[in-house]
Design a protein around this ligand. Sequence first.
Ligand code: RIB
Ligand code: CA
Length: 312
Amino acid sequence: MPRKIIIDTDPGQDDAIAILLALASPDELDVLGVTTVAGNIPLALTSRNARVVCELAGKPEVTIFAGCDKPMTRDLLTAEYIHGKTGLDGADLPEPAMPLQDKHGVDFIIDTLRAEPAGMVTLCTLGPMTNVGTAFHRAPDIVEKVAEVVIMGGAYFEVGNVTPAAEFNIYVDPEAADIVLKSGCSIVMQSLDITHKALILPSRLADFRSIGTPVGDAVAGWLDFFERYDMEKYGAEGGPLHDPTVIAYLLKPELFTGRHINVEIETQSQLTLGMTVADWWRVTDRKPNVTFMGTIDADGFYALLIERLARL
Ligand code: RIB
Ligand code: CA
């Protein structure tokens, strides 16, 4: 029985690859819908890009719902400097023909969780958690219905990528992240501590190119563009690949190890706003609320990606 998921996303090249990985795995994952959020680029573009990706996957039947166009309480911060003007720079793809659904993304999350039996729907957040935080705030009754929230966000040993203390998805909407982490849901966090151990090495980039399909070509083009900023910044031989680690966890959890610990979000300090304060060494008596992943089998992760994307 495939696992029912909602993908909440701000595509973004790495989000796009995560969506492709999910759509390439229908035996394991039933994508109930995709909800878009403002993050890497504004909402109009993330909502366009989500449709571009679903059409590239040959899945125009996927239902896509535009969500929040700005964080819950703060101004939007975007990242065109990484993702380019379109958010999917690196591959030339046609404007989407498939429609957006009329329903707001937050309403889709609420309605779906209310309609499905408890414990059947997993939320995968690949961008700022504005939609999920807003849904939980507006409809607290849905929290206990959620099977699991699998988050790309945060950092501990790896520290921040948008400030010295904070990772982008959390920093853009720390209040939303705080609501989700305090919700009582079962949470898995794929932070920079994981994604920075899964670099897009030249050999891995070549593997995507060698798939030899429109999907493989688009993915190689996206990665080539997307990793430049981080390679320059970190001086590594490849950039980190973030969002597909969320879907990979659902497909092959054995690729990862982590600890069930307390993780809380800084929402007050200017200096460390958006920091995920992870009690990795359990030095406090704060209640564990997150399975915070610490290791990834990077070769296994890329092998899974190549094998699945070649199916599309
Ligand atoms: O910090 C990495 C995260 O920010 C990824 O989700 C990337 O897509 C951007 O949204
Ligand atoms: Ca993202």
